[in-house]
Design a protein. Structure first.
Length: 184
């Protein structure tokens, strides 16, 4: 059985940086954004996030099923990666958009829908990506090593997306630190 090149392993592993960075940013900063910038109460934010995460339990197997049964000239997984990347970026950006709604109810509905949509597009791209591992190689040791590369880049992406904003905030003068925290 042919071994995968180190370049193939690095390229595949590097693909996890984006998923890791966005998921870390959303997990660490989205609740703070919703409470401190948007002005929602923590209890309402928790409910909105709970709804989004509950949707995740439904859409993961659906996208997996769809990805496993997709047949195109590009393969089973590639269309999800190619056509899901732009919606993934757009919806991620909309998570941080504050609409000019006066109603807290409208804001809660907007952010709940955006979070559900975000989770759906993340699943649409990440599930087929994770499913590539056994398709790249049938060798158990190669798959283990491939997953190791992916996990390295996942941890790296998570660290970058958590540490860099804190470094930016720390460099702000004390008098403007609250403003910097809002924009970091």
């Amino acid at each position: 059985m042919k071994k995968l090149s180190r370049l193939t392993k690095l390229i595949y592993g590097f693909g996890d940086v984006g998923f890791s960075m966005t998921s870390t940013i959303v997990a660490a900063y989205f609740p703070i954004f919703l409470t401190d910038i948007v002005g929602l109460t923590p209890g309402i934010v928790a409910i909105a996030l709970f709804i989004g995460k509950s949707w995740d339990y439904i859409n993961d197997p659906l996208v997996g099923y769809l990805s496993d049964r997709t047949r195109t000239r590009w393969g089973r997984r590639r269309p999800f990666l190619l056509f899901g990347a732009v919606p993934f970026a757009v919806v991620f950006a909309f998570l941080w958009f504050k609409p000019a709604y006066d109603s807290h109810t409208a804001l809660v509905v907007f952010y709940t829908l955006m979070y559900v949509l975000y989770d759906a597009v993340v699943t649409f791209v990440s599930t087929p990506y994770f499913s590539l591992t056994p398709e790249l190689t049938e060798d158990y040791d190669e798959r283990t090593e491939l997953t190791g590369y992916r996990m390295f880049f996942s941890i790296l992406g998570g660290l970058i997306s958590f540490v860099v904003p804190m470094m930016i905030i720390a460099r702000c003068p004390r008098t403007t630190r609250a403003m910097c925290a809002k924009w970091a």
